[in-house]
Design a protein around this ligand. Structure first.
Ligand code: C2E
Ligand code: MG
Ligand code: MG
Ligand code: MG
Length: 280
């Protein structure tokens, strides 16, 4: 029986372990390949709305990867792989270039927000990459903002602050992403003058059922008012959530209620060709 159990375990457990190792290695190879050809990498855009005017004032650039055999691979699966494989600079540069080029063509003058991996803040290369993307596209620096998480500030130390200050000096906006998750500290808000705080969508959604989550959103929104920093509620999906976050004092919102991440018209033919118009 013990032997059978062992056999069973081997059958159930080992192949999974092997799978995940092989999967990582394969993902890394596929990702390098995708960067080399950049045919299967896309940048989608999701609107950020000013709650007072109801207008789209900004769009967040969200990276998308479609592999012919595996279909859509979500950022949460490939960004850690890029980080471990040392491909973060390539990833940042790719998104920055695409985002600045696309935003330069928007007729509504909305700004574009680009996520920057924590591991690339504080390396000293970020300001240069941003400057190159701005120069290549002609986009004014004031129409670009970067989104960083608290992890970037914690692991990047003074170097991280120096990189962000260099961007700030260029006129680029800086958003604190996913605020409230991870190791949130008000010291982060004092250490650096962010111009936007993004309140993680989990608080907005859990606020439907949990008064403590609703209270956290309210407190963060009030903090934004006091610090004169815009507060973006993420993950707003229902009119009720919109009403609540607006009453709480959030100045901006983002979520499926206002619009899903969508491809640019330029990418539509390619997406049709690979039969991948319907996405995450
Ligand atoms: P994030 O920066 O907090 O982006 C917001 C995420 O919430 C996006 O997921 C977006 O599709 C999703 N979202 C937006 N509205 C709603 C909603 O109403 N309901 C729900 N349930 N979700 C909503 P996505 O695109 O899968 O990205 C996940 C994370 O991956 C991002 O979180 C960001 O941290 C990272 N990421 C995405 N694109 C890039 C990129 O180009 N570079 C880097 N470094 N990170 C990226
Ligand atoms: Mg973001
Ligand atoms: Mg976020
Ligand atoms: Mg998030």
């Amino acid at each position: 029986a013990a032997k059978a159990g062992g056999k069973n375990m081997a059958r159930v457990f080992l192949p999974q372990m092997e799978d995940s190792l092989i999967m990582r290695a394969r993902l890394e190879r596929m990702l390098r390949d995708a960067f080399a050809h950049s045919r299967d990498l896309f940048v989608f855009y999701q609107p950020i709305v000013d709650l007072t005017s109801g207008r789209v004032v900004s769009r967040e650039a969200l990276m998308r990867w479609h592999d012919s055999s595996r279909g859509w691979i979500p950022p949460k699966d490939f960004i850690p792989v890029a980080e471990e494989a040392g491909l973060v600079y390539e990833l940042d540069s790719f998104v920055l270039h695409a985002a600045c080029r696309d935003a330069a063509a928007w007729t509504d003058e909305a700004s574009v927000a680009v996520n920057i991996s924590a591991s690339s803040v504080g390396q000293g290369r970020l300001p240069g990459a941003v400057a190159m993307a701005l120069a290549a596209s002609g986009l004014p620096a004031t129409r670009l903002s970067v989104e960083v998480t608290e992890t970037a500030l914690m692991s990047g130390g003074n170097e991280a602050l120096r990189d962000l200050q260099a961007l700030r000096d260029m006129g680029v906006g800086i958003s604190l992403d996913d605020f409230g998750t991870g190791f949130s500290s008000l010291a982060h808000l004092r250490a650096f003058p962010f111009d936007r705080i993004k309140i993680d969508g989990s608080f907005v959604q859990d606020g439907d059922r949990r008064s403590d989550c609703a209270a956290i959103v309210r407190a963060l929104a009030q903090l934004g008012v006091t610090l004169r920093v815009a507060t973006v509620a993420e993950g707003v999906e229902t009119p009720q959530q919109r009403q609540r976050i607006q009453a709480d004092g959030c100045t901006h919102a983002q979520g499926y209620l206002f619009g899903r991440p969508e491809p640019t018209l330029r990418d539509v033919p390619r997406l049709r060709e690979i039969n991948a118009l319907h996405v995450c």
